[in-house]
Design a protein. Structure first.
Length: 108
């Protein structure tokens, strides 16, 4: 996750306001600092990501399982076979799809 300094102040204030009942000392500035620290820590750890289930990928992409199956069959998402019926999805392919979006061919 990469936190940019271009987050509008109204968004930061709203996010901090929603979290303040749970974290009373939270301010918009401390929220940005915590997000940046979290991103830095995750980048440094280098821990491999675990493969995703079809349900996890569908929830993350906000699509149906049928759409996930189409993406797997087209090669848009990379399939990891664990057994004859057990399938997982490469998280890097999901991240690529989120970052670069869907091209016109995939929307048909």
């Amino acid at each position: 996750m990469q936190v940019q300094n271009r987050i509008p102040p109204a968004v930061l204030a709203a996010a901090a306001g929603m979290l303040q009942p749970f974290i009373p000392e939270l301010s918009p500035q401390s929220l940005v600092a915590a997000l940046k620290e979290f991103g830095d820590r995750k980048a440094v750890s280098g821990a491999p990501e675990k493969p995703m289930t079809r349900q996890e990928a569908a929830a993350l992409l906000s699509v149906t399982l049928n759409t996930i199956n189409r993406y797997l069959n087209r090669g848009t998402l990379r399939r990891i076979r664990l057994g004859p019926r057990a399938v997982r999805i490469d998280p890097a392919s999901v991240r690529t799809l989120l970052e670069h979006g869907f091209n016109k061919q995939e929307k048909q």
